[in-house]
Every structure is written in C-alpha cells, then in structure tokens.
Write a protein that binds this ligand. Structure first.
Ligand SMILES: NC(=O)C1=CN([C@@H]2O[C@H](COP(=O)(O)OP(=O)(O)OC[C@H]3O[C@@H](n4cnc5c(N)ncnc54)[C@H](O)[C@@H]3O)[C@@H](O)[C@H]2O)C=CC1
Ligand SMILES: O=C1[C@@H](O)[C@H](O)[C@@H](O)[C@H](O)[C@H]1O
Length: 336
C-alpha cells in the first residue's frame, strides 16, 4: 500500500521534494500540501500532484487521516513546532535540517520522541545518501587508512541570499559538515573554534565570509572546515580524512571532461539540488520505505541534536573568538 505524504513548506527545496515523491520515489503518494503562502502550494500541486489537497493550516495537514507521514521543508525556524505537532499526532516525519534552530529545541524533540516510545523522525542530512560519502564511510569503517587523525573539508556556495546572516554560516551551512563527520567517525565533538581569514569583497562585510571552523572530536581528531558562501564559482564540497596509513578523499561528482577551444575542463555543479540530486532521491526513498516497514533508518533526532549543539558552540565561538566547549546531554535509550 502506498504511503500518503503531506508536505509542509513548498518553496525551493520543498517543491523539488514534492516532484521527486510524485514522479520518482516508489510506494508514495502526494496526498496534501501546506505552505504559508497558499498560492505557492496550489502552484506546486497543479504542477506535480493535481490530486493532492491544499490545506488551510499545517495542523489540518498533520492531523488529516489521509496523511500517513509528514515532510517538512518550510523555513528553519518553523521546524521544531511542526515536528513536535507531528510526534503528538503519532505521525512519522521527515524534517529538513536543521531539526530545530537551537540545541534546546532539539532536546524538546528528543523528549517528545522518547515519550512516544519509538523513532518517528528522520532528519534531512542528505550527504549520508551520497555515493561518494558512502564510499568514504565504508573505507573508514573497514580501517583502510587505520585510525583517522585529522580531516580537511570545504563547503562552498556560489552566493548567499540577502537574508543570510553570519550565524547561518554555522546553523544552515556548516551543519551538513558537522553531521557528516559525526556519521563518518561515529563520534561527537568536544570543542569548536572559528577563525576569520580576510573577507571577500563580494559579500556584505558584516557576514565575514569565508570562515574557518576547527572542530575537536572525543577521540582527538582535529577537523578544519572552510565555509565560504560567496565563492562565486560553484556549489563545491570537499572532504579528505588522513589516517595512520593513508588518506581518503571525496570524489568529484561524475562529469565528463570537455576538450574544446584550447581548454580541458569539467563542469562544477552550481547548487545543492544538482550536486545531491541522486542522494535526495535515496534519502526520501529510505524515508518512505522506513514508514512502510514501521522502522526508520535514516539520520535520527539524536544526530539532529548533536549537529545543533555543535553549531551552537560554533556561533558562541564566532562571538567570543575563543575555543568553546561542547557538552551533550546523555543519549536517550530510544536512539541506542
Ligand atoms: N538538505 C539540504 O541540502 C537543504 C536543506 N534546506 C532546508 O530546507 C528548508 C527550506 O529551504 P528552501 O526551500 O531553500 O527555502 P525557501 O525559502 O525556498 O522555502 C521555504 C518555504 O517555507 C514556507 N514557509 C515559511 N514559513 C512557513 C510556515 N510557518 N509553514 C509553512 N510554510 C512556511 C515559505 O513560504 C517558503 O515557501 C530550510 O530549512 C533549509 O535549511 C534547504 C536547502 C538544501
Ligand atoms: O542546506 C543548504 C542550504 O540551506 C544552505 O543555505 C547552504 O549553504 C547549503 O550548502 C545547502 O546544502
């Protein structure tokens, strides 16, 4: 039987998720849509799911008997409240990152899910479904380079929007890298520091773009991540881990090299929807399969909490200029 999905937030990424669930994912039906601006939800329904109902409120969608599971891709500050309402209604919920805008918000979700007695939430940390990152993960798990000692990463966007703030470099952008290293290394972080190189002239000076983040893990792995959201040239993610007996490096996305006009070049993706297209497909297929089986397998609320607790520390470090400690609450049993 098909899993009936209700979508809250049908903006840029939300509409793309509706499209993939209508056209690509198997075992799913787009049953209902809600967006703060109703005309946007109506346009998306018309384009990808004409049979779907556009609801007047998010509560009407969450509580609808025609919705088995909820997909949240609305603005980040709305996530916590919507996830809590879905848990309250006993519905499975896929929530785009961040799970909540603060670690405290994530803790409220951990408590609600624990009270429900089972996992109901999957967080949209898409990289764990990317073929290149999966390749890194299996090499690290099989000790192909021995124990990991340090890592270097970069997360670059061509440009940031007008409402993008300094804090969002951490809470919206770096958060992917934080989750990636949590998952790759199987350990959490103990401290964070932020350094400021010379700023680009191509962004508002208050943003102080790029920034360099140093993370320390429980076992002492040191990780540096360059976050640069106005790099101009592309949506580019880089990742290399150095171990006792070698290095593993994220492959570039498969693209043909073109020899033409005296040049030999390979195109760089310009946005996350293009860079991680196949991974988004796998991520939502895993969610739908998890709902159908009554057992979710993707990134859980604990991963959402660890990521937000770490990016909260990075925001403190942005302000203090110091190395900030990261302390986590004990992991609730439901996530073990
Ligand atoms: N996993 C990933 O790689 C990515 C995740 N994201 C996340 O997805 C979310 C959406 O991002 P975008 O689509 O880029 O933003 P967007 O601004 O294009 O879309 C957000 C949509 O949410 C709607 N909205 C705002 N408040 C709402 C509310 N209270 N209830 C329902 N709808 C509401 C807006 O009207 C808009 O249509 C963000 O949380 C962002 O962090 C975004 C891009 C990539
Ligand atoms: O999640 C994403 C956006 O919300 C964020 O704003 C971008 O910086 C990230 O690269 C993208 O993957």
């Amino acid at each position: 039987m098909s899993v009936r999905l209700g979508f809250i937030g049908t903006g840029d990424l939300g509409a793309d998720h509706v499209r993939r669930c209508a056209n690509i994912i198997s075992g799913a039906t787009v049953s209902a849509l809600y967006n703060r601006t109703q005309s946007r939800a109506e346009d998306v329904a018309r384009q990808f799911a004409p049979e779907a109902r556009v609801t007047a409120t998010p509560e009407e969608l969450i509580e609808s008997p025609q919705v088995d599971a909820v997909v949240i891709s609305s603005a980040s500050q709305t996530h916590e409240d919507l996830v809590l309402k879905a848990i309250q209604a006993g519905k499975y919920v896929f929530c785009e990152k961040p799970l909540a805008t603060t670690a405290e918000g994530c803790v409220r979700i951990l408590h609600a899910e624990s009270a429900a007695g089972k996992r109901l939430v999957q967080v949209g940390f898409v990289r764990v479904y990317d073929e290149g990152y999966l390749n890194l993960k299996s090499l690290i798990d099989t000790k192909a380079i021995g124990s990991v000692l340090m890592a270097h990463a970069a997360h670059r966007n061509p440009t940031s929007g007008p409402h993008y703030t300094r804090e969002m470099l951490m809470s919206e952008t770096l958060i992917h890298d934080v989750n990636t290293f949590h998952w790759l290394l199987g350990e959490s972080f103990t401290a964070a520091q932020v350094l400021y190189p010379r700023s680009t002239s191509k962004a508002d000076a208050t943003l102080q773009d790029p920034q360099l983040v140093i993370l320390e893990t429980e076992s002492g792995v040191l990780i540096d991540v360059e976050v640069f959201v106005n790099c101009q040239f592309g949506y580019d993610v880089q990742c290399a881990l150095i171990g006792e007996s070698g290095e593993v490096r994220l492959p570039e996305p498969a693209r043909a090299t073109v020899r033409r006009n005296g040049q030999n070049h390979t195109a760089i993706t310009m946005g996350c929807k293009e860079r991680f297209e196949a991974a988004y497909d796998r991520e939502l297929q895993a969610f739908v399969d998890g709902v159908a089986a009554g057992k979710l397998t993707g990134p859980d609320s604990w991963a959402g909490y660890v990521a937000s607790a770490t990016t909260d520390a990075c925001i403190r470090a942005q302000k203090s200029g110091k190395r900030e400690d990261i302390r986590l609450i004990p992991q609730p049993d439901v996530y073990r």
